[in-house]
Structures are given as C-alpha cells and as structure tokens.
Design a protein around this ligand. Sequence first.
Ligand SMILES: Cc1cc2nc3c(=O)[nH]c(=O)nc-3n(C[C@H](O)[C@H](O)[C@H](O)COP(=O)(O)O)c2cc1C
Length: 176
Amino acid sequence: MDFFKLITVRESCRNYTGEPVPRETLKKILNAARLAPSACNSQPWSFVVADTPDAVRHAVECVQDGGANKFTDKAPAFILIVEEHAQLSPRIADRLDSQHFAQIDLGLATAHLCLAAAEEGLGTCIMGLFSEEKAKAYFSIPSEKRVRLIISVGYSADSAPRAKSRKPLDELVRFV
Ligand SMILES: Cc1cc2nc3c(=O)[nH]c(=O)nc-3n(C[C@H](O)[C@H](O)[C@H](O)COP(=O)(O)O)c2cc1C
C-alpha cells in the first residue's frame, strides 16, 4: 500500500472478528519491528507473543485489569513490548543525562509493527493501560525489566477506517 494511504488506514482497532492470525504473519510484522532504528543501534527491545488460548486469556486479564480495554475480548493475539538494556556507546551515553532513548526506540519499533500489521490487513491497538505486574508473572518476564506496551493484533470487524482526529498541522509546525 502507498505509505501515505497506509498511515491513514492504521488506526486503533477496538473491534476484532476473533479469527486467528497465522504465526507467519505475526513473524512478518515482528520482523518489521526488528528493523526499526534505535539510538546507537542498541535495539533495546524484545517481544513476547501471546497467541495460544491460555496465553491470550492471560494477556486479556493484563490489559483489562481495573476495568480497562474491554474491547480486547475477541483479540486473537497480543504482543508485549519489553524494554531491554540499551547498550549505548560510552561516548554517547556520557552526553545523555536528560534523554531516555530506549523508550523512544520502543515507540519506533511499535510504529513499524503497527504499520506492518495494517499492510497485512490486520488491526492493532497499542495499550499503555495494563497490569505490568500480572504481565511479568504470567509471561515469566524478570521483575527488573519493564513491559512498556501491550499491542492487540487481529482482523478488524469494522468495515472502514475512521476519519483521523488530529490537531491541524499549522498548530504543530514552525518553519524557522
Ligand atoms: C503509548 C500509547 C498508549 C495507548 N494506550 C491505550 C490503551 O490503553 N487503550 C486504548 O484503547 N488505546 C490506547 N492507545 C491508543 C490511542 O488512544 C490512539 O492511538 C489515539 O487515540 C489515536 O487514535 P488512532 O490510533 O485510532 O489513530 C494508546 C496509544 C499509545 C501511542
């Protein structure tokens, strides 16, 4: 799909058909995440995929914790975005006291993943609201690591993409 069309088609999917996503397709979109840029090419990420009935049930429990994300009942797969240690070059790390690039890197990987999913005809929803404690317990993620996001993945039951609600460009951009 043309890239500028793809970014309008990608939207947060909150209505899934329940149809399973083939592992090959999941691997394809995970590979797109793997190819994302990162500071010093440190690639400070790993991905935990929940696509079996038990794992999906546990992922649903994590994202619906406290009454959130009720729309995930029929999502057939979830991808947890885990922050790994960023090995930055010492010369650069010394100059970075005010930036935490790993989270930026994870955002870029997430964007690659969601856009690749849209290209594959899949809907995704990035979720920041979830029980990290449950996620670590259910998926054997060491307690010192951070689970930054959980992404639901599946086929959308909606017929057409929504119009985007965004601030106007001239409010956001200043040419100098
Ligand atoms: C870091 C992050 C966390 C988010 N957390 C949630 C969430 O917990 N639940 C949810 O339904 N949507 C969540 N969203 C989706 C946003 O609400 C959505 O991207 C935004 O409203 C723009 O809509 P669109 O994705 O359909 O274009 C999150 C998005 C991001 C980037």
